[in-house]
Design a binder for this molecule. Structure first.
Ligand SMILES: [Mn+2]
Length: 282
């Protein structure tokens, strides 16, 4: 029996199947954690989504929501300002069972905690000022919105925007929800109080000491007691330090798809076959 954390798929279904074969993955005994961004930009988003959904429904996998998964929910609810030319979501949106897929997706969490080990997973990161139990409760606030009957309205009018950059315990309303979404699904850099910087997307420059650092490298970080797995940051590459593990090794960009084995702490990778190289990074 083995458990693997799999990095951002973004529609790279062929690579996922090839990697699972390489791992000698056994669906009956092994468990998969998907770090989010299951869909978009790559060639086979529908196949990826259906695969993860089937396994999750059989209690053989879990996933967290990434910014591209949110993007799919937004596209479905008719938020056209977020639809871009590089999207590859049409096959899902036009599928006869689209509603079934979307309803399942919006019931997935933003954060997961291992049943008995000090291990957690999010798509992008956890701000330094949040403990693990605080982070779980904040994730729940957004999950409640997504699972409510008015989720489409929330996503169309309230969930997206880069205005909510600073956290405080008293932050309330939609600004609070937006900050939580931005932190879990989009963050790379922030300051030691959790103020988000969306401009930088590349890997950190060790010679440059600025107030915005990778979310995981702040010395005052309150969630260091858990090993945190995340995806999202493809330019960071494979990093195992600070008690964090990055898993997006840029399969979509001609890099590799990663599976990290929780039992023996080994990384397994598969080189991207498609070399899809979409134009825009997000
Ligand atoms: Mn992402």
């Amino acid at each position: 029996m083995a458990s693997y954390v799999i990095g951002d798929l973004q529609g790279c279904y062929e690579e996922l199947q090839a990697l699972l074969k390489q791992l000698q993955y056994n669906e009956e005994t092994d468990f998969l954690w998907f770090a989010g961004d299951i869909v978009n930009r790559g060639p086979n988003s529908l196949a990826c989504l259906e695969f993860v959904k089937r396994l999750q429904e059989q209690n053989k996998a879990q996933m967290v929501l990434g910014n591209h998964d949110f993007h799919l929910l937004a596209a479905y609810s008719g938020l056209e300002t977020y639809v871009s030319k590089s999207d590859t979501l049409a096959e899902i949106l036009q599928a006869p069972h689209a509603l079934d897929l979307i309803d399942w997706l919006r019931h997935q969490p933003l954060m997961l905690k291992h049943d008995f080990l000090p291990i957690a997973m999010v798509h992008a990161g956890i701000p330094p000022q949040w403990t693990i139990s605080e982070a779980l409760s904040y994730a729940k606030e957004v999950e409640t919105v997504l699972q409510s009957d008015s989720w489409k309205d929330a996503i169309k009018h309230h969930l997206f925007g880069s205005d909510a950059k600073t956290w405080s315990d008293t932050l309330d309303g939609w600004e609070r929800i937006r900050y939580i979404v931005n932190a879990f699904a989009r963050m790379r850099y922030c300051n030691d109080k959790g103020k988000l910087d969306f401009k930088q997307k590349m890997s950190p420059n060790p010679n440059e000491q600025t107030k915005y650092q990778p979310w995981f490298s702040h010395s005052n970080r309150k969630n260091k007691d858990y090993e945190i797995f995340f995806g999202h940051w493809s330019t960071l590459g494979a990093l195992d330090a600070y008690n964090i593990h990055s898993t997006d090794t840029g399969c979509l960009w001609g890099g590799e798809l990663t599976a990290y084995c929780l039992e023996d702490n080994t990384r397994h990778t598969l080189k991207c076959k498609m070399n899809c190289k979409p134009k825009k990074r997000s």
